[in-house]
Design a binder for this molecule. Sequence first.
Ligand code: TXA
Ligand code: MG
Length: 317
Amino acid sequence: MSVIGIDTKVLSTSTADIAVAADILCGGGLVAFPTETVYGLGADATNGAAVARIFEAKCRPAFNPLIAHITGIEAARALCDIPDAAERLATAFWPGALTLVLQKRDGTGISPLVTAGGSYLAVRAPDGNVAAALLQAVGCPVAAPSANLSGRISPTTADHVLAGLNGRIDAVINGGICPVGIESTIVGFDGAPRLLRAGGLPVEAIEACLGARLERGPDSDAPVAPGQLESHYAPGAKVRLNAAEARDNEFLIGFGDVKGDATLSKSGDLVEAAARLFDLLHQADATGRPVAIAPVPVTGLGLAINDRLKRAAAPRS
Ligand code: TXA
Ligand code: MG
């Protein structure tokens, strides 16, 4: 990995520092910022050169489209056509851990790099005061993937961001720990609403709001958002799933009855487990030991947790 050698500022969540962050973004720079899901690496979505720097900083394959972060449904209306079902979901769950992939309007000024040249745009209004204040101050959509090197674990603290991107981005806003801890759920609208990625908003809540089941990919365990590489969210060491106990020198991540060296949730709470998932993968990774992970049920947030775990354990390309 090449080091770009930028002096990365660590900003606080004060109004003055958010104004500094907004100036950097408006000037074409890159700022990592906290959302309720994970830290995002932001750039002005209407500035092609700034968006290109995201791919450079993350070493990310350029064919992978990005989510445009916006202040809410009014901002979405200016960018996309919003079918009724999408309107209902946005009204119910924004700001929140839900990304909608919608037909983009003409003349939005959004850089084609954000949609990877396609005609559908992913939009999300993130929850949390810092993200909201930043978006308000910037005044335009902010393209932001998770603020990690491509293929590595998503960051849920500013330290995680710096571990991967220090020297490669202009600033990070230190807003503490992300409360949801797992990326947003993505629903596509190129026909009937379709689950493209399980995430921080449980599929059951979305289906209850729509009064209908979401379409899935051919294999319901395999979300179909483009660029979802098989090996992703990966620690450096080998990862073994559904482990009831540690073998050899493994660092065991527990859940419920499986105690482990550290646990996702002692009481078997999936919300707590989602919030702790990436931090524990980072912790396990830092030990340099192979990693084993206890079984986690596939209901509610467990769908997203199992999706990330499967990718963490997939053979590396
Ligand atoms: O919670 C989140 O979603 C976080 C925070 C920062 O908002 N962001 C995030 O971004 O996870 P990223 O880039 O790591 O993942 C975005 C996913 C990718 O799998 C991408 O392929 C998909 O969204 N995506 C983006 N635009 C799309 C589009 N136009 N059509 C289909 N999938 C899209
Ligand atoms: Mg990511």
